[in-house]
Design a protein around this ligand. Structure first.
Ligand code: SF4
Length: 365
């Protein structure tokens, strides 16, 4: 059944673009109006397993996740959801489809935000009840539209491109919420195709400049392809200054999503949380096992909460320069490496002592 969410008043109203989005709070994390782009992910263990969800939240928090989303596929999962919310160190977003009553109860039982698709939440009356519950709980709502679940009327319009359909769908929901006096909104409109996603968010930002954007390429695939597709799409958007919170969706452990988000933010110099590895691709000049060396260093520094640059270089051609430029670095020679700290040579060690020597020097910073 097609639902129309645009009231007469809302459809005739045109908001003026302005510089600042309306900031919303997801627990203690601010979205929009100049707040840092926040990193989020989604739990993928059974929704009724409290300890499994809390364990996954701990792992995500350790990796730098700032907001976590939990699916609520049935009302019987709400007890577990409430316990997870009560004990989670991160704000927990309730992800709900098809059942407005679950959304209402999630708001009452600790959700820091609701994620709904008003196209499947049960009509205007149900939407109004969810808005009222969110308002009472003083939590925001994300209007999440996906290319795979557009409402029938908009999906059938031959005069619109897919990005225009996604934006029209999101906009009518947002305008309806605003017409009901609910402004604590976040919006997403995702597709699995990279350039469709980019074009959609550009249009969305232009049409709804007051609403914080949750950006992501949906159903991006397994870790390798998904990371590249997400980096391509989100990289363009972030470089253009679009996006207030992000998720990199991977068919993998959600901790990998968080690492990918931080790596992308760091690569764009937007936010940096962990060390960045600078390592050469190796060539015929290299006289150490640099590939293993770089991978070992990468895994040893992955959990460090320091935004350092660590260089692992294979020979004297570019090695000393890059190693000296980084906070900590090694320029390798024949079975050995010269360790640099802030541009100064601090020691020379054998190949099998390079990793420990780098970690020791990092520990001194
Ligand atoms: S730093 Fe040396 S070993 Fe590494 S790619 Fe460059 S020339 Fe080759």
């Amino acid at each position: 059944m097609t639902q129309t969410f645009v009231t007469k008043e809302a459809s005739s109203r045109s908001l003026q673009p302005h510089d600042l989005t309306h900031q919303v709070m997801v627990g203690n994390v601010a979205l929009g109006a100049g707040a840092p782009v926040s990193v989020q992910s989604m739990l993928n263990v059974p929704a009724d397993d409290v300890s499994a969800n809390l364990s996954q939240i701990d792992a995500l928090a350790q990796a730098g996740c700032e907001i976590v989303r939990m699916a609520i596929p049935c009302r019987s999962c709400l007890d577990a959801f409430e316990q997870v919310c009560a004990r989670s160190p991160l704000p927990v977003v309730a992800d709900i489809h098809f059942d407005a009553q679950s959304a209402i109860e999630a708001a009452q039982r600790g959700a820091a935000k609701l994620r709904i698709n008003p196209g499947n939440i049960g009509g205007l009356e149900a939407t109004d009840a969810v808005l009222a519950a969110a308002k009472a709980a003083r939590i925001p709502i994300r209007i999440g539209v996906n290319a795979g679940s557009l409402d029938d009327e908009i999906a059938a319009r031959a005069d619109l491109t897919l990005p225009e359909k996604l934006v029209a769908s999101a906009e009518q929901y947002v305008r309806y919420c605003q017409s009901q006096g609910f402004d604590d909104l976040v919006v997403s409109a995702k597709a699995h195709d990279v350039m469709t996603t980019v074009e959609t968010y550009r249009l969305l930002g232009d049409r709804l400049p007051e609403v914080p954007l949750h950006i992501g390429v949906t159903e991006a695939g397994t870790a390798f392809q998904g990371t590249i597709k997400s980096a391509a799409g989100l990289g363009i958007l972030l470089a253009e200054g679009r996006g207030d919170t992000m998720r990199i969706s991977l068919t993998d452990d959600p901790v990998q999503e968080v690492r990918a988000c931080w790596t992308l933010l760091g690569a764009l110099d937007i936010r940096r949380r962990n060390p960045e590895l600078i390592s050469c691709p190796t060539c015929g000049r290299c006289q150490v096992n640099l590939i293993d060396l770089a991978k070992t260093v990468e895994s040893r520094i992955a959990e460090l909460d320091k935004p350092l640059k660590v260089a692992v270089m294979g020979c004297v051609v570019n090695g000393p320069g890059e190693a000296a430029d980084a906070d900590i670095g090694v320029a390798c020679g024949a079975g050995s490496g010269v360790i640099f700290s802030h541009g100064e040579i601090v020691r020379k060690v054998d190949e099998d002592a390079i990793v420990d020597a780098l970690m020791e020097e990092i520990g001194k910073l």
